[in-house]
Design a protein around this ligand. Structure first.
Ligand code: DHB
Ligand code: FE
Length: 280
């Protein structure tokens, strides 16, 4: 059967992509941020997953407010990088783990999660940035991908509890998938930020640091919080963090936090990462 080898939570801020495109990786401003991801890159290179399940939200690039699924699942054999207004970025096309996607679609519908099934989907910075952070800019991505998209841009967004349950279902899908694929799960978004409204510019580094420290070892509180709590504590867009709960809910109760990193932001967004392995 397939094996869950680890879970990664990470921000997907678009300025990370811009920094890479402009060759700023080793600049004074960015080097500390990118260096914090080196252990995760190393881990991916050593563990060599076959499939990356990536949970992210589209940001008005492939879906818009006229048609917006609460939950969508890619079932394609390839996904193009979305053009977010400056032309598609020079990252490779993503190869889809089509068979696993259809298995997951079966499991989801059977388990009363009913996603929009996407055979044709462009994927935006929500997926591009996490992939680049842990796999760099290869000629071809070393893993096949399964995109799970969650609406976090138009209220009502799904509940944190629902996201955790989706993680548990994802785990059952991995454990029941024939073959011996090694699967890593990437939960993306956050950390604290608010791009709009009266609190535009709001970040909460203290809450971010606590999230990074506790999401592995002690996620109970985050699992119990309401959507309003997420918005209050992390900002309206910081509520993207509910997508990390899919990753965490997929893992065992006991995990080891192998690496963690938080970048005290000089920008609009708290940014960081955790890498988890099941303890058993
Ligand atoms: C920004 C956009 C995002 O999607 C995100 O997760 C964080 C920040 C931004 O535009 O700054
Ligand atoms: Fe985002």
């Amino acid at each position: 059967m397939a094996e869950l080898i680890g879970g990664l939570g990470t921000s997907h801020v678009p300025s990370i992509a811009m920094a890479l495109d402009k060759g700023l990786r080793d600049s004074e401003e960015w080097k500390p941020f990118f260096d914090g991801y080196a252990p995760a890159r190393q881990w991916m290179a050593e563990k060599r997953p076959d499939i990356a399940v990536v949970i992210f939200n589209d940001h008005g690039n492939s879906f818009f407010l006229d048609r917006l699924p609460t939950l969508a699942l890619g079932v394609a054999d390839r996904y193009r990088p979305a053009d977010e207004g400056w032309g598609p970025r020079p990252v490779p096309v993503f190869e889809g783990a089509e068979d696993f996607s259809w298995h997951l679609a079966d499991c989801m519908v059977e388990g009363h999660f009913d996603p929009l099934l996407c055979r044709d989907l462009d994927v935006d910075h929500g997926m591009q940035v996490p992939m680049e952070l842990v796999f760099g800019r290869p000629e071809a991505w070393p893993v096949k991908v399964v995109p799970i998209l969650v609406n976090t841009i138009q209220y009502p967004i799904p509940t944190p509890q629902r996201m955790w349950a989706l993680g548990e279902l994802l785990r059952r899908a991995i454990d029941s998938y024939p073959g011996n694929d090694r699967v890593v799960v990437l939960g993306t978004g956050g950390l604290s930020h608010q791009l709009q409204g009266a609190r535009a510019g709001f970040i909460n580094p203290e809450a971010d640091r606590e999230w990074i420290a506790r999401i592995g070892s002690d996620p109970t509180r985050y699992r119990a919080m309401s959507r309003e709590d997420y918005i209050e504590e992390f900002g309206s867009e910081g509520a993207e963090l509910i997508m990390w709960l899919v990753m965490r809910g997929c893992m065992d109760a006991e995990v080891n936090t192998l690496h963690q990193h938080y970048f005290a932001p000089a920008s609009m967004t708290g940014a960081g990462m955790v890498l988890l392995e099941n303890a058993a």
